[in-house]
Design a protein around this ligand. Structure first.
Ligand code: ADP
Length: 160
């Protein structure tokens, strides 16, 4: 049976940290679904369509990776996709508490779905999509933190 993992997130925008986790994750599982979680309470810089386009351009060449979006409970989405694994990336200690809560809640909701964590690479551990948005909006250089095509889109969107 193929092991399918879901890598959920906002990906607003996709960063090199996200790409790192997706590329390592797909080597561990048979298929990886990179899934944008629709979040009505978060105002996004990029629309869902734009985020799908960016993720597809950066990761879509690998036939083992599917890029998608979902709303509602992650574990329900995982069930629909036939996935038994939730993949998450860990950066600093600050990620831990939230991830620990989420993993335990998801385990309670769906005991058959396991959360796997991959440790970030040292060159990505301070990279968050939020920080990238902030720095880029202030005209700072985000080269090397996001794929070149995302950098270009940030420049266009923010007029920097
Ligand atoms: P962010 O936290 O950067 O706004 P997301 O909400 O899209 O991004 O995060 C989705 C998943 O990707 C989470 O598991 C998060 O910990 C992980 N992630 C985000 N940035 C990195 C990074 N630089 N290195 C490793 N994992 C990361």
């Amino acid at each position: 049976m193929a092991r399918i993992a879901i890598y959920p997130g906002s990906f607003d925008p996709p960063t090199n940290g996200h790409v790192y986790i997706a590329k390592r994750g797909v080597e561990v599982f048979d298929k990886l679904v990179v899934a944008i979680a629709r979040n009505v309470s978060k105002t996004a810089l990029f629309s869902e369509t734009e985020r799908l386009e960016m993720l597809r351009e950066v990761l879509g060449k690998d036939a083992r990776i599917e890029v998608d979006a979902f709303e509602g409970l992650l574990v329900e989405y995982a069930r629909r996709k036939g996935a038994t694994v939730i993949l998450r990336g860990l950066r600093a200690v600050a990620d831990f508490e939230y991830e620990f809560q989420m993993a335990n809640m998801n385990r309670k909701l769906a005991p058959g779905v396991e959360t796997f964590f991959l440790m970030t690479g040292e060159e990505h551990f301070y990279v968050s999509a939020q920080l990238v948005r902030e720095v880029a909006s202030l005209g700072g250089n985000v080269t090397g933190l996001v794929p070149p095509m995302v950098e270009e889109r940030l420049r266009k969107r923010l007029g920097t």
